[in-house]
Write a protein that binds this ligand. Structure first.
Ligand code: 5GP
Ligand code: ZN
Length: 112
């Protein structure tokens, strides 16, 4: 499968990983939009949050426990934002489910 984030998860493309286990990898975004900008992905190729189903729900829930742990380790006690872009209008550029973790400054809302 020619997928950038599958290759990053497999270590075939280098990244700065801050956490990894048998199901999930968290690494730093190459073009940070905030002082802290991480991407949390499942190793399993799932195209986007639009195709999460009963089979993948447990994995997605697990990713959120990893995000909470990583946020504590990164010292994000002032808060952070989790974002998942979906499809063209959602601004998704990599078709492998990922959760952006943005922090380190006050973030504007609503987005976009
Ligand atoms: P999307 O636009 O799909 O929501 O998010 C994709 C993210 O992946 C972007 O924030 C982009 O900067 C990041 N990205 C794209 N290519 C690479 C890469 O090769 N390495 C890393 N670490 N991040 C990447
Ligand atoms: Zn993939």
């Amino acid at each position: 499968m020619d997928c950038l984030f599958c290759k990053i998860a497999a270590g075939e493309i280098p990244s700065t990983k801050v956490y990894e286990d048998e199901r999930v990898v968290v690494f730093r975004d190459i073009a940070p939009a905030a002082p802290v900008h991480l991407l949390a992905i499942p190793r399993q190729h799932i195209e986007s949050a639009a195709v999460i189903d009963e089979q993948t729900a447990e994995l997605v829930g697990y990713i959120f426990t990893v995000i909470a742990r990583v946020a504590r380790n990164e010292g994000l006690e002032n808060g952070f934002r989790i974002v998942s872009n979906i499809g063209k209008d959602g601004g998704q550029t990599v078709p492998h489910l990922h959760f952006h973790i943005l922090a380190g400054r006050e973030l504007a809302w609503p987005a976009g």
